[in-house]
Design a protein around this ligand. Structure first.
Ligand SMILES: [Zn+2]
Ligand SMILES: [Zn+2]
Length: 720
């Protein structure tokens, strides 16, 4: 019999388990990685498969098992794991997984791996971030630079050992190591991790290299100083905490939030914070991003630290990709650097999620959750390069859409290069030869050149996909719905009429979309400038209303009025929230992506519906500017809630009308605005009241990080 197994079966201790089961059953045969699958040839029957399923290692998932008639040659003696074939490229790209309990115990024990931060086994450790190509074997990872010592070699070869065929097996004798240096590059004496911990306790700022990148590390008592040093005014920091007990000391997580936080993927989870969290960690927000240690080094660090929580934020120049190079990182001028010599092949930031009930909203899908894919019922090959902000790319092949790690914002230095490297590498691992390359409709996006180059390289058709259509398609793709009415609410995306869309009710499938309704067009005074100086948005609506504008000088009023006549128009829901945030005194500037919208969440969560906020649909536009006329007269929580609620309700009505005409039962919510829990809640309530089923994201990011998935799905349909 030949078994062809697909699923998460590489780099997770699958082949060693196959070996053990076969041995225990007295079978002859072989097992090998074949890129796309694991192939088992044996003289056993299907009872072998049953037993294998029963004894599967914790992280392995069998998605399909094909049984093919096959006569095992008599020449095969016993059972063995054989060298990986290179015939196929495939899906078995393993993700990085937090150090397991057994390895943790070993690292904290007295044996030969005592205090060794690179202790891992078949069930844990860095994988994708070390991997050069498929299939996953030591010679195609950065561990090839570290030949195994005899002791590690015998663990690797021993079927009874939990490191049997562990591709990255190593120890203090043969593996990589940490070192600690100061800002000049001079070695700091003492145990590197212990000394680093001591310096962090004393209030110094350090860089700690981990899997897939580096973190800036500071104790939780020194966040304000860190903000001044790093030049980061308001944007929230994620904190890493010692253990679950500490999580509960600083926050009030739900059961599902705690489950995600403790999962082997170890994402940063946004949870409701307690007063114990210093205000400077996430100013103006109800939540704090929290995560638990996942590498051996991080566990050791917390073993030594007196503090139970530390800021751990990606070490980069703001907006640019995380720094990987030991030389480049010195430019940050930190007090000390905890570096190691295990080369990082693939960069991966920490994943960030928040939960809406049992739905996972990925703000960033990266380390521990990538590479990942969703199943789609369309064959063919396509590549999609994403939009501009929160970039990811996606590669469609064999009925699956695979996405890259989080890349960054396309306008920043180095980001498009990083997009190219990450996409090329994913395409290479999958053996991709696209027939269509998809990109955003926006003529100014920096990744278009790369899309064009790809289409030339493969002789593939180049297609443009409208931004919000792609958002809808991304939600359809992950929920397996072919045609959907949906609201796509976000910052801005280029519309087919040349305006900046972003508050859209649509009905869509992979062939086409129809715009049903959108928020009132408001001039973006000065274009990009209005995204940061949100006074300009308020000025625009006040001009429509003929209201006073005491917050601008006479000269500014003059200039703004003139500019507004030639400014691009926007229907963005994000800009509507920005205008509300300014009007209600929540913030007067946008210092980071999504700031006003995020700071509106605490208001929306506390407000209730009051009289005086009504709106209507006029010529396809849901009117918004009149809502600001008397907004100062109301309680700010109630004003926030009521203004958002009435606008949402009108958009949902348009979607519901179109849906019921076509007999569609679901109405989806997508786009960056949908990360807001109060807005998701209002949406769910209206949709249900109107007799429809709300659909939310769970695996594909709601925001622009998910756009490439939608683009890829639309590109695939083009091939059919
Ligand atoms: Zn382990
Ligand atoms: Zn060794």
């Amino acid at each position: 019999m030949r078994f062809v197994i697909r699923g998460t079966v590489q780099g997770v201790g699958f082949r060693p388990t196959v070996y053990r089961v076969a041995k225990a059953m007295g079978l002859r045969g072989t097992v090998r990685n074949d890129g796309a699958s694991v192939i088992i040839d044996t003289d056993g029957d299907e009872s072998f498969l049953d037993r294998l399923r029963a004894e599967l290692p914790a992280l392995a998932i069998i998605e399909s098992a094909e049984c093919i008639d096959y006569q095992l040659p008599d020449s095969v003696k016993g059972f063995s794991i054989i060298q990986s074939g290179n015939s196929g490229h495939g899906v078995g790209i393993p993700t990085d997984t937090a150090i397991c309990d057994k390895c943790l115990k070993e690292m904290r024990g007295t044996g030969r791996r005592s205090g060794y931060p690179f202790t891992t086994c078949t069930e844990c450790g860095a994988r994708f971030t070390l991997m050069e190509s498929n299939p996953y074997d030591r010679e195609r990872t950065s561990m090839k630079e570290y030949p195994m010592c005899p002791e590690c070699g015998s663990e690797y070869a021993d079927p009874a050992d939990r490191r049997f065929h562990h591709q990255t097996v190593c120890c203090p004798v043969c593996g990589p190591s940490y070192r600690l240096i100061d800002s000049k590059g001079n070695p700091i004496p003492g145990d590197p991790i212990r000394t680093f911990a001591k310096m962090v306790d004393e209030g110094r700022f350090g860089i700690a290299k981990s899997w897939g990148g580096m973190h800036i590390c500071a104790s939780i008592d020194h966040v304000q100083e860190l903000r001044e040093w790093y030049g980061r005014e308001q944007k929230p920091f994620a904190i890493m905490v010692r253990d679950v007990e500490t999580v509960l000391r600083y926050s009030d997580p739900t059961e599902s939030e705690l489950k995600e936080m403790t999962s082997p993927h170890r994402p940063i989870v946004l949870v409701r914070k307690k007063d114990t969290v210093p205000g400077s960690v996430s100013p103006g927000l109800d939540t704090v991003g929290m995560f638990l240690p996942y590498t051996g080094m991080q566990y050791l660090l917390f073993d030594y630290l007196k503090h139970d929580a530390a800021v751990m934020t990606s070490a980069n120049v703001p907006g640019e990709p995380m720094i990987l190079d030991d030389g480049d990182i010195m430019e940050l001028n930190a007090d000390m650097y905890l570096l190691h010599n295990q080369r990082i092949v693939n960069r991966a930031d920490d994943s960030v999620m928040k939960l809406f009930g049992d739905r996972r909203y990925f703000l960033r899908k990266s380390r521990g959750h990538i590479p990942s894919y969703i199943e789609i019922g369309m064959k063919g090959e396509a590549v999609a390069v994403g939009p501009q902000e929160n970039l990811t790319a996606s590669v469609a092949k064999d009925g699956r859409i695979h996405s890259t790690q989080h890349i960054g914002n396309g306008e920043s230095v180095g980001v498009v290069d990083y997009l190219e490297t990450a996409t090329d590498s994913l395409m290479d691992m999958l053996g991709s030869r696209p027939l269509v390359v998809a990109m955003d409709l926006h003529p100014g996006y920096s990744n278009r050149r790369y899309a064009k180059a790809l289409s030339e390289r493969f002789g593939a058709e180049l297609m443009e996909v409208q931004h919000h259509w792609a958002h809808c398609a991304s939600l359809m793709a992950e929920s397996g719905i072919e045609r959907m009415a949906a609201l796509a609410l976000d910052g801005t995306g280029h519309g087919t009429d040349g305006n900046a869309w972003g508050g859209e009710a649509m009905i869509a499938d992979y062939n086409d979309f129809r715009r049903l309704a959108h928020l009132e067009y408001i001039p973006l005074i000065g274009g990009e400038k209005a995204l940061h100086d949100i006074r300009r948005l308020k000025f625009a609506v006040d001009s429509v209303n003929g209201s006073d504008t005491p917050y601008v000088t006479e000269r500014e009023a003059d200039v703004f009025s003139k500019m507004s006549k030639n400014s691009a128009l926007t229907s963005s829901f994000g800009r509507f929230l920005d205008t509300l945030a300014y009007s209600l005194g929540v913030c007067s500037l946008r210092t980071y992506d999504g700031e006003p919208a995020m700071k509106m969440e605490p208001l929306l969560a506390r407000g209730r519906k009051v009289e005086g906020f009504e709106t209507e649909l006029k010529n396809g536009q849901v009117l918004t500017s009149h809502l600001f006329r008397d907004i100062g007269r109301y309680d700010r929580y109630d004003a926030a809630y009521s203004a958002v609620d009435c606008v949402l309700e009108r958009l949902i009505e348009s979607a519901a009308d179109a849906a019921s005409k076509e007999g569609i039962k679901q109405i989806g919510l997508t786009g960056g605005v949908s990360y807001s829990i109060p807005i998701s809640t209002m949406f769910a309530s209206h949709v249900k009241k109107m007799g429809f089923t709300p659909v939310f994201h769970d695996r594909v990011p709601n925001g622009d990080g998910g756009v490439s998935v939608g683009q890829a799905a639309i590109a695939l349909r083009k091939i059919q």
